[in-house]
Design a protein around this ligand. Structure first.
Ligand code: VG1
Ligand code: CO
Length: 543
């Protein structure tokens, strides 16, 4: 074993409360940078001695090098067993599944998720705990504390492990097991969904396009949709993971999955379209001629999940992140099951899932998942949609219309202002935060504020409190605006504005979302003085 001393930082590690460490790839490539984070993780969990881990990533630039470093460090730190996806590939939900199925002590995921990849783009790493989910705040705080004082890490002087051949080998006293990244995940999906019925849907001529965005879900989607379910070859596009995701952002939304959107809105659109992100935990759902917002998707899935075998007993409850629209709340209310509002980030769902309080969870950022793992799961969401469509035999557009007629429609849009100078973005937040009590009762752009607060979450399972999780402004007549600073950007600050307007069941639900949200947006811009403070008139991305 070799102890490598590193120049004393302060090492800029993962901020407590953020989901993993995300930086420019070149930062991760600085000598000792990745290693300091990994050693900090091992230190924060009481050492790696005798422990087992799952390690894999989304295949972006530096994935394999990072895995080799981690394996040598795990061996030097006394770990007993590490499971690695063949070729270094594992999607985030597949890591979560392997941790749970194989009972490991935790796992490390190499990904910056939906951020672009490449030597001049982004890299990331995140630690998941034994329940398969992202480390909760008390653990990320411990890791951060370690990063502030770390001076050395332990590694093994050894050759690289062959990641390309399934099987078991030894590295020092540690066993390294290379596994097929897809097999266990496919087995889990077969338990949850009626594969025969979905296969019959495809053989009846139902058409689909799945855009893997040159990221990790390519091999999974090919194996599940084309090989197992019989969808024609070519159903999955951009299916080979590439180090820079074909030069694009592997972010499944109408902006970055533009090609898929164009196809779905064209005369030759297939029946169903979907896309997933870099690490395979996000999903975008599109019907022929209609985009399904992630908030609506969660609500439709909650209302129909019982049609799939894995959920035939019904749902225990539904949880959504605070900025996600209230559409799923209405379904939960009608079903008479619990509904929960958590801060942004999947780790907040872990306790609710572990305690059996909820079965489905979702975020407006295209994350949907269930108690089958402890991460959001892109391909799982696609399969649940397919199972539901196979049973109802209704087009996606009809599913949505019917849903809105029953529950009403929550028009929704998120506006992102990216790479804003940090002080300017903070000024917007401070201005609103400083005036929360003065807002209720005030009117601008014809909208009267009914309530305003800074969201703080009281975890109903462990009693922990997470404060300052975003600013909420509710308007009379069913409008709402939310303001948050992103925790995943790597350049300046990203200011997120979430807009929502409810229209009841009797409405015709036919407005363009941006038009339906125009008043709420105007009121929000007026209240925040956002355009002046950040010097922008248009967001960079609307999703
Ligand atoms: C974003 C999303 C959030 C998601 C997080 C991680 O965070 O808004 O909903 O949980 O990314 O997703 P932020 O702080 O930038 O808004 V993933 O697929 O990038 O692991
Ligand atoms: Co992701």
């Amino acid at each position: 074993m070799q102890i490598v001393t590193v120049a004393k930082g302060p090492f800029e590690g993962q901020k407590p409360g953020t989901s993993g460490l995300r930086k420019k790839t070149r930062v991760f490539m600085e000598p000792g940078y990745l290693e300091c984070f990994v050693q900090s993780v091992f230190n924060a969990i009481g050492g790696a001695k005798g422990k087992s881990f799952v390690v894999g990533g989304d295949g972006r630039y530096y994935n394999r090098e990072a895995i080799q470093s981690i394996l040598k460090m795990a061996a030097a730190n006394g770990a007993s067993h590490v499971i690695v996806g063949e070729g270094g590939l594992l999607s985030t939900p597949a890591v979560s599944n392997l941790i749970r199925q194989r009972g490991t002590d935790g796992g490390l995921v190499l990904s910056a998720s939906h951020n672009p990849g490449g030597v001049d783009a982004d890299f990331g790493i995140k630690y998941n705990i034994a329940n398969g989910g992202p480390a909760p705040e008390h653990i990320t705080a411990g890791i951060f504390e370690q990063t502030q004082s770390i001076t050395s890490y332990a590694t093994l002087e050894a050759g690289d492990v062959d990641l390309g051949t399934p099987g078991t080998s030894v590295l020092g006293d540690m066993t390294v097991e290379i596994v097929d990244p897809v097999a266990d995940y496919l087995a889990l999906m077969e338990k949850l969904f009626d594969f025969d019925r979905i296969a019959a849907l495809f053989s009846s001529g139902f058409t689909m396009r799945f855009d893997a965005m040159h990221a990790v879900t390519g091999p999974y989607a090919r194996a599940v949709l084309e090989e197992r379910l019989g969808a024609p070859a070519g159903t999955v596009v951009n299916a080979v993971p590439s180090e820079d995701f074909g030069g694009g952002h592997p972010d499944p939304n109408p902006v970055w999955a533009r090609d898929l959107m164009q196809e779905m809105m064209s005369d030759t659109a297939p029946d169903f379209g979907a896309a997933s992100d870099g690490d395979g935990d996000r999903n975008m759902i599109v019907g022929r001629g209609i985009y399904v917002t992630p908030s609506d998707s969660l609500a439709v899935l909650a209302a129909n999940a019982h049609l799939a075998p894995g959920y035939s007993a019904g749902l225990a409850g539904v949880a959504r992140s605070m900025p996600t629209s209230g559409a799923s709340d209405r379904v939960a209310e009608k079903l008479g099951i619990g509904s929960f509002e958590t801060p942004t980030g999947w780790k907040f769902f872990g306790n609710l899932l572990d305690a059996g309080k909820v079965t489905l969870c979702g975020e407006e950022s295209a994350g949907t998942g269930s108690d089958h793992v402890r991460e959001k799961d892109g391909l799982w969401a696609v399969l649940l949609w397919l199972n539901i469509l196979a049973v109802t035999e209704r087009p996606v557009a009809q599913m949505l219309q019917d849903h809105w007629s029953e529950f009403g429609r929550n028009y929704y849009s998120r506006h992102d202002y990216e790479a804003v100078p940090a002080e300017a973005a903070q000024a917007v937040m401070d201005r609103v935060a400083g005036n929360l009590t003065g807002l209720p009762g005030t009117t601008s752009a014809g909208q009267t504020v009914s309530a305003a607060d800074s969201f703080s979450y009281h975890d109903p399972v462990d009693g922990s409190v997470s404060e300052n999780q975003g600013l909420r402004i509710s308007f009379k007549d069913g409008g709402r605006a939310v303001l948050r600073l992103s925790g995943t950007g790597t350049e300046g600050a990203t200011l997120r504005v979430y807009l929502e307007q409810y229209a009841g069941p009797d409405d015709d639900h036919g407005l363009d979302p941006e038009a339906a949200l125009a008043d709420v947006r105007a009121a929000l811009l007026d209240i925040t003085d956002l355009e002046n403070l950040i010097g922008r008139t248009e967001p960079d991305v609307r999703t």
